[in-house]
Design a protein around this ligand. Structure first.
Ligand SMILES: Nc1ncnc2c1ncn2[C@@H]1O[C@H](COP(=O)(O)OP(=O)(O)O)[C@@H](O)[C@H]1O
Ligand SMILES: [Mg+2]
Length: 239
C-alpha cells in the first residue's frame, strides 16, 4: 500500500527553484533513504510534506489524502511526524515534558506507560527530569526523536539525525530506527552518513539541485554514474 505519494512537486522561492517536478512514492513499512548535497532540496521537501511550506505546484498524498494546504498539526494527526535538521526541542522544558507535548499533539495513546516506553527506547530514562538545555546535542536529538514518535506516526521523517554522532551512537541509532520500523512506522531519512543509509534502506532517492537524479537500491545508486559524479565522488567508489 502506498503511504506517501509525492506528485510533481515544484518549489520556486521567487526565482530560486529548490524542487523541480519531484515525484516518488513510499510504501507502508519501508525505510527509504533520501540523499543529496547541501542545497539539493531535501529539507524543503520535508517542509512541504509536513505542511510548513506550500509548494508552487504538485500534490502530496498521505494515505490517499491530499495534505497540501493542511496545517502542520492537522498533518501530525493524520500520522506524520518529523525531526528537524537544526534540532528544536523546547529547551526550557524537561525531557519528559517534551515527550508529553508530542503525545498531546499526536493521534495515539497519551499514557504514562507509553511515555516510559519512549524514554527507554531513546535511552533517556535517566534524563527525564532534566531541562533539555542542559543536555549535549546528541541527547537533544534523541529528545526530538522521542517527541516525534510520541505522536504515534505512521510515517516518520528524519532530517540528518546522525550528523555529529560518533560510530557507537550511529550504530545505536540505526538499531532504534529498525526497531521503530518493526513496530509499523514507515521511515524516510535524510542522511549524509552513507554507510548508515546503505545499512538501513533498501531504497534510496537522490536529489540534486532540486531534481530527482536517481532512485533505486543502494547498490544501484552507488553504481549510477550521475550520482557518483555529482554527489558521491570517485573517492567514495574506490574506498
Ligand atoms: N525559505 C527559503 N527561501 C528561499 N530559499 C530557500 C528557502 N529554503 C531553502 N531555500 C533554498 O532552497 C535550496 C534547497 O535548500 P534545502 O531544502 O535546505 O536543501 P538541503 O536540505 O538539501 O540542503 C537552497 O538553495 C536553499 O538556499
Ligand atoms: Mg537540509
Amino acid at each position: 500500500m502506498v503511504l506517501l505519494d509525492v506528485q510533481g512537486v515544484t518549489m520556486d522561492f521567487g526565482g530560486l527553484v529548490a524542487l523541480k517536478d519531484v515525484s516518488f512514492s513510499i510504501e507502508e513499512g519501508e525505510i527509504v533513504g533520501l540523499i543529496g548535497a547541501n542545497g539539493a532540496g531535501k529539507s524543503t521537501l520535508f517542509n512541504i510534506i509536513t505542511g510548513i511550506q506550500k509548494p508552487t505546484s504538485g500534490r502530496v498524498l498521505l494515505n490517499g489524502l491530499d495534505v497540501i494546504g493542511l496545517r502542520p498539526h492537522d498533518i501530525i494527526k493524520l500520522g506524520l511526524a518529523r525531526t528537524f535538521q537544526s534540532v528544536r526541542p523546547f529547551l526550557n522544558y524537561t525531557v519528559e515534558e517534551n515527550v508529553r507535548v508530542g503525545m498531546l499533539f499526536g493521534r495515539g495513546e497519551n499514557t504514562g506507560e507509553r511515555l516510559d516506553y519512549l524514554l527507554r527506547l531513546t535511552d533517556l530514562e535517566t534524563k527525564r527530569s532534566l531541562l533539555v538545555k542542559t543536555l549535549p546535542i546528541e541527547q537533544r536529538k534523541m529528545v526530538e526523536v522521542a517527541r516525534a514518535l510520541a505522536s504515534s506516526p505512521r510515517l516518520l521523517l528524519l532530517d540528518e539525525p546522525m550528523v555529529g554522532l560518533n560510530a557507537v551512537e550511529i550504530k545505536k541509532f540505526i538499531e532504534l530506527i529498525r526497531k521503530v520500523n518493526k513496530e509499523r512506522v514507515t521511515v524516510l531519512v535524510v542522511e549524509h552518513v552513507m554507510k548508515a543509509i546503505m545499512n538501513l534502506s533498501r531504497r534510496v532517492i537522490v536529489l540534486h539541485a532540486g531534481l530527482k537524479l536517481a532512485e533505486g537500491t543502494p547498490e544501484e545508486v552507488i553504481a549510477n554514474k550521475n550520482v557518483v559524479s555529482v554527489y558521491l565522488g570517485a573517492d567514495f567508489v574506490r574506498s
